[in-house]
Ligand binder design. Sequence first.
Ligand code: 0X9
Ligand code: ZN
Ligand code: ZN
Length: 416
Amino acid sequence: MYLLSFFYYLLYYLTLQLDLWKPLYLEDITSNSIVLVRIPFTALQSVKEELVHCSLSFDVLLDNITHVMGSAEKGRLRRKRSITDYDYTKYHSMEDIYNWINLMSEKHSDLLTQHYLGATYESRPMHYLKISQPSSNPKKIIWMDCGIHAREWIAPAFCQWFVKEIVQNHQKDARIKKILKNLDLYVLPVLNIDGYIYSWTTDRLWRKSRSSHQNGTCFGVDLNRNFNIKWCNLGSSKNCSDNSYCGMSPVSEPETKAVVDLVEKIKSDMICYLTIHSYSQYILTAYGYSRELPKSYNETIKVAQMAASELKKKHGTAYKVGSFANLLYEASGTSQDWVHDLGIDFSYTIELRDNGTYKFILPEDQIQPTCEETMAAVLTIIEYVNDKYFPNRAPTNAPMLYPAVLLLSTVVKLLV
Ligand code: 0X9
Ligand code: ZN
Ligand code: ZN
């Protein structure tokens, strides 16, 4: 048991550069079996330490194999699957998602780049994808994260769907073309990676991260209670065994710290923040921490309503819109409120399907319709902020001029 989890640790530690020689696949590792693996020199020391830590015995068979073998990367390339057969209608393990991020950014390097955001509590790398079309115009930024909560599997599935849709349609879809002229899209497919993996391996209904508290007697922080906004007030708990545990202090967790550090850097250019959750079918505006409504509420709720009605047109799914505290319950320390109070009015939490039948265990046959309708909602919001911040660059304004000009020339004719 330790053996396999050690190799999973290794896999993430090396960001999928694990070169397994025997057996060929992780799944084929059993207890008491012999495993042959190549470790890059830079990782050797920490891997040895981890082996000792897990009480696994090891031997160095070939020291410095670059002499023996031409390309050390052969093993990795061999196992790489093609991105064209990635199945967006299935849930994917973190291993798949890491692989997907690599393949997507390689295949669509004209549009997509992968960036390091930080490391999780269990030392796994966090990457976000930046969708950006080269341009000399100054651009604004849209941020979207998925998977703050481990068990909400539909959220990471949507982030992947979103990226796929943008790269597939950036040359044919007029709306996406328009948006990409002015906006860079930052997408974090899985925010709570440790928790996501734990929900795959151990407890499907796990919500929090996996940090250890009180000498390992309880685990995990609700990362959506850990932001520095009315931290640990209403709707969060100071008890580390609770599902809404807010952590030791604001931004105590490496995952929230990684997000906060980047958002602090880009906040003057950020005009919209979207955080994807499930379930309930809500588009939520600020605030969570109080029933009070922000000044921007009239406009942000109008946009949420537009988004919900576009969503409904796809498959008839009904969404409610409103401020989080008024619609649901009060919750302090959420990412949405923290970003909102940085000055980014268009800050939304979207709670995807369903309405309570399957809850967090949304069947895979609902992934596609959920993603299609969510895409409609998200693009409605993004297009609105695009047109608001770039009114002159919106091509839809251009044809509007024609009737006026024509009318004018007709009048002129008549007068002559
Ligand atoms: O409670 C939460 O963290 C989110 N709901 S969930 O069921 N996915 O856990 C909603 C957070 C919404 N936050 C704000 N509107 N501030
Ligand atoms: Zn392209
Ligand atoms: Zn959630």
